[in-house]
Design a binder for this molecule. Structure first.
Ligand code: GAL
Length: 354
């Protein structure tokens, strides 16, 4: 084989390697599947039907997830049935059982309780239906795929922004719901940044509580308790999302401290964006929901057609190394509000600067 042909052959091989590395998702049709799944009749001309089992529609973002996911699935020529359990575990399991008995081709789940939802994965697999974990990981189950943002990174971005403003002092951490695996990842990210400063004695975390069920009123009560326990001597607050940050700021407001103490949030909710440009909240973390919904819709339809999806990245959920896609979160403050959430059309400039 002449040297030119050898060279051409090497270049072609290199190109294939590069192409597959770009998208950390690979697809094969020869899966090693549990018997039931491999026997599942792939619908010929029937429309693919995706089941979407959601924890809640309480927070602003979940309404967006619901609508964007529905639009993305339908744009791919498939249909989607959506159910939201309003934070009730047994309701979520019942709703998922109904979707399974209706014969959806694939199930997408936003778990309320990371552990309890494993039952849904087992039931789906028994019916030959694969399951994707959407934004939140289902623990201790053979979940087929996990797609989310890098939630540990979210916590790091929050703590980096606040420690830049308050390198020394008393901190309050208002965590998320401890039933939600994301809340643990967020907290891990925050303490990745805080711990070295704590070890140096520069920072003291004087209050650290989960927020039961992510309910803002629970965050309000926790923040009031933190202020009372520390005679209002608090220098910074990191709250796990904007809904809880809003209640933290309400509690600070009551003590005449709103805008004087830096507060971090997450989700780039409209009211948070308004608080940031008005100066009562310091920053939030923007997660382009459109990208997440689009990614999951594409992967869900491909899997429903029998494709087996693998990824470079894996996340251990306590039972298995789950193939995972983790998208990048973006820190937002008043300096980059325009070129992030407004440029993406996540919010309009009029609404934010109202
Ligand atoms: C988390 C999610 C956040 C947040 C929260 C409350 O799992 O990643 O965006 O809003 O749930 O629902």
């Amino acid at each position: 084989m002449g040297w030119r042909r050898v060279l051409f052959f090497i270049m072609a091989l290199a190109l294939v390697c590069v192409a597959s590395a770009c998208k950390n998702v690979t697809e094969t049709v020869e899966p090693v599947l549990p018997t039931k799944l491999s026997e599942k009749e792939m619908p010929d001309d029937d429309k693919i039907k995706i089941g979407f089992s959601m924890d809640t529609l309480e927070e602003e973002r979940w309404l967006r997830d619901r609508d964007l996911f529905k639009a993305a699935v339908e744009a791919l020529g498939a249909e989607v049935e959506i159910k939201a359990a309003n934070g009730d575990d047994s309701e979520q399991i019942l709703q998922a059982e109904k979707l399974i008995s209706e014969g959806v081709d694939l199930l997408v789940v936003v778990p309320h309780n990371a552990e309890a939802t494993a039952a849904i994965v087992n039931k789906a697999h028994l019916a030959g239906i694969r399951v994707i974990s959407y934004d939140r990981l289902v623990k201790n189950s053979d979940i087929d795929l996990y797609v989310s943002f890098d939630n540990e990174k979210v916590g790091e971005l929050q703590a980096e922004a606040i420690t830049k403003l308050v390198p020394k002092g008393k901190y309050v951490y208002i965590g998320g719901a401890d039933t939600d695996n994301n809340a643990h990842l967020l907290k891990k990210g925050v303490f990745n940044v805080l711990q070295p400063l704590i070890d140096k004695g520069d920072i003291t975390v004087v209050y650290d509580q989960w927020t039961k069920n992510w309910l803002p009123e629970n965050a309000f009560a926790n923040m009031e308790a933190a202020l009372a326990a520390n005679n209002n001597q608090i220098d910074a607050v990191i709250a796990a999302n904007d809904a809880t940050a809003g209640k933290v700021i309400e509690a600070l407001e009551k003590q005449g401290l709103a805008g004087k103490i830096p507060v971090a949030g997450q989700d780039a909710e409209l009211m948070a964006a308004q608080r940031i440009v008005q100066g009562t909240q310091t920053m939030t973390v923007y997660k382009p929901i459109k990208t997440l919904a689009q990614e999951v819709a594409e992967l869900a339809v491909r899997m429903a057609k029998g494709k087996y999806i693998d990824t470079d990245r894996k996340v251990n959920n306590g039972k298995t190394e789950v193939p995972s896609v983790l998208l990048a979160p973006i820190a937002v403050d008043k300096e980059n509000m325009d070129e992030t959430v407004i440029r993406d059309g996540f919010h309009t400039r009029e609404d934010v600067y109202r």
